[in-house]
Write a protein that binds this ligand. Structure first.
Ligand SMILES: CC(C)(COP(=O)(O)OP(=O)(O)OC[C@H]1O[C@@H](n2cnc3c(N)ncnc32)[C@H](O)[C@@H]1OP(=O)(O)O)[C@@H](O)C(=O)NCCC(=O)NCCS
Length: 199
């Protein structure tokens, strides 16, 4: 990162927001990832040692949102929709097109949703901002989330677990467990050799 918070290799003419904390060993492919970022918290996103985000990753983080990327966590093009807190543990691997959302952003009630759509058309920043509750997401260390999976508000994924491609994770996943499907269901527990591999 340069002194003016740009990236030498960036194709997008953006900057890394002032309140994003980036360890010197971390890697950010492009500042385009921060186009929807509007957290007002200090450390609204924190990249720990060796953490990285690649093309396609979007931090859609609201004013009170905070995202932490643990040591060597790698996010390969995920949409991170955060109005409270999303924690991604050390060595977690998040694959292409994964969606992590700690809030649905849009009200379930049709009338309120219509009002929100009308408001969006008058706003400069065309993002929903209805007062929809948010519930933190926690992805513990060594978790692997397959491509196109979706993690819904309030979910904790336990250490070393694996989420199958295209799964929708609606509830907590125990440590060292493989889940898949919509809604995600347990396929199997990892055996001790696989656990060590993930440890
Ligand atoms: C989750 C995953 C790792 C499971 O692999 P596995 O342990 O070898 O599982 P199996 O292939 O033996 O499948 C076990 C069962 O789960 C089902 N299953 C596996 N993956 C599934 C998925 N993503 N969605 C729904 N069902 C799935 C299988 O159909 C099988 O069902 P059955 O017992 O009724 O026949 C793998 O299927 C997967 O989704 N990998 C993601 C790959 C990826 O995203 N790579 C990106 C690179 S970072």
């Amino acid at each position: 990162m340069t002194k003016n918070r740009k990236l030498e290799w960036d194709w997008f003419p953006g900057v890394i927001p002032e309140n994003v904390v980036v360890d010197v060993t971390a890697y950010i492919e492009t500042t385009f990832s921060f186009q929807f970022y509007r957290s007002q918290l200090s450390g609204g996103v924190e990249y720990k040692h060796g953490a990285s985000t690649y093309l396609g990753t979007m931090f859609d983080v609201g004013p009170r949102g905070r995202v932490t990327l643990g040591e060597y966590a790698l996010v390969h093009g995920a949409r991170i929709i955060c109005d409270s807190e999303i924690f991604i543990g050390d060595y977690a691997l998040i694959s292409w097109n994964v969606v992590l959302m700690d809030t649905y952003r849009v009200p379930l009630n049709a009338q309120e949703r219509r009002r929100e759509l009308e408001l969006i058309s008058t706003r400069e920043l065309r993002i929903a901002s209805a007062d929809v509750p948010a519930k933190p997401i926690r992805i513990e260390r060594n978790v692997w989330i397959g491509f196109d999976a979706c993690v819904l508000p309030g979910v904790t994924i336990g250490e070393g677990s694996v989420i199958g491609a295209k799964s929708v994770v609606t509830e907590n996943v125990s440590p060292f467990t493989v889940v898949a499907g919509n809604p995600a269901r347990v396929i199997r527990q990892l055996d001790s050799q696989e656990k060590n591999h993930h440890a």
